[in-house]
Design a protein around this ligand. Sequence first.
Ligand SMILES: O=C1C[C@@](O)(C(=O)O)C[C@@H](O)[C@@H]1O
Length: 509
Amino acid sequence: MGSLGVLTTSVMVCTPLMSQSVEQMVNDMFKAKAQGADVVELRLDCIKNFRPQQELQILLKNKPLPVQIVYRPRWQGGHYEGNERARLEALRLAIEMGADYIDIELKVAFDLMEEHRRTGSSSCKIIVSCFLDKKTSSEDDLSYLVAQMQSTGADIIKLVASATDITETARIFRLLSHCQVPLIAYSTGERGLISQLLGPKFGGVLVYGSIEGNSVPGLPTLDCLRQAYKVEYIDTHTKVYGLISKPVSHSKGPILHNPTFRYVGYNGIYVPMLVDDLKEFFSIYSSPDFAGFSVGIPYKEAVIEFCDEVHPLAQSIGAVNTIIRRPSDGKLVGYNTDCEASITAIEDALKVRSFTNGRASLPSLTGSLFVLVGAGGAGRALAFGAKSRGARVLVFDINFDRAKSLAKAVLGEARPFENLVSLQPGRGSILANATPIGMHPNTDRIPVAEATLGEYELVFDAVYTPRKTTLLKDAEAAGAITVSGVEMFLRQAVGQFNLFTGGKGIFAF
Ligand SMILES: O=C1C[C@@](O)(C(=O)O)C[C@@H](O)[C@@H]1O
């Protein structure tokens, strides 16, 4: 097992503040400090009717931690629309007044740097920055820009590119690894999030995090960076694990796997990966640094094609939710930890009910009717689990062919989705939802008719955000035993964690 990453003192966590008034900006600086920021970026261009002379003084006098001053013009994606001379004058003033860092755009950097060198006795460090808008830039373009920024003599350079696909972020990692000058580089948006989280592994000097309640897409919160990811422990040896999914932001995987890695002293990080194209993804992130993956909706079946080997259970289910890059030969090996996770969660709930009712015999699924809604990756795992315990599986899916094919594989039955609302399953049946119906943000939907819920002995929902879905609430009201997707989530994650760390039986239920 790897050892915990080395505590790096070089990575700084910075909070961009876009407050609209100076008072709010000062308040937010204190909030950022309390939440773990090392430095704040003050976006002067967001302050309404900003008056540099008076207001810079207030900001710099009251700063509780080092500040980066940014006065971003419209032509670089900011809000400042006024005169360019006045803007540069404000930046000069900030240097004189004791700003710790000034951010200047590449286009104006040569002149300002020259002036700073001539007059410069100040300790203010200059960040030369460049923002690339929507269109994707080639790696050569990016390297050229970095070289240009470096040639200004900047203390730090900053490059921000938008990412239309997670694979574009790999360019950022290569730039970070090769740059001679301290480099801040990241891709924006949800697809670029890993550039923030993994930046320190590849040599990035700064990670951005937002204060609670001011969330920005693609920007983790300070609390998340400090508590879940512990960015200060990420080093070049840190192994990367990620959840490949779309959507991905609902996952609780990062807040479960990261602290657990640390708890057992394993130098790993687990990050959400919003993937659009599996083929492209696996071809780009093929290095041993990317040591393993969880697989979420909608990719659990499709991902099999990209595995070099598939564990027999996952092969028979036809769905993989865990992939390990085998250290000895780099091959991708697929597993399924969903199947045992979901079935044992259901069995344990039945056992608990049986004990509390004082029944002598242990309940079993043998012979029960198992009504499954959703024949995707999670549904397949449930169907195979139920079948292995001797249940009769009845499958519904909006895609009837998909339902039929799963029913055939588990010697069960498929019925058209429209029939689900009128299904009368009979007492003692089990209902399992394996569709995203009811998942955040569309939490008020349920996959079956509420009136039929009273017939089920147990209702399971694979959805775990929210923890208690509307389906589970209604089922509980109808008297059924309910099993939350959180149970399945935790159990599959334990299986995954043991595979990731190679530490057989570290945790078990
Ligand atoms: O179904 C799930 C949940 C999950 O997608 C998540 O949300 O973290 C992770 C998957 O590995 C697992 O099979």
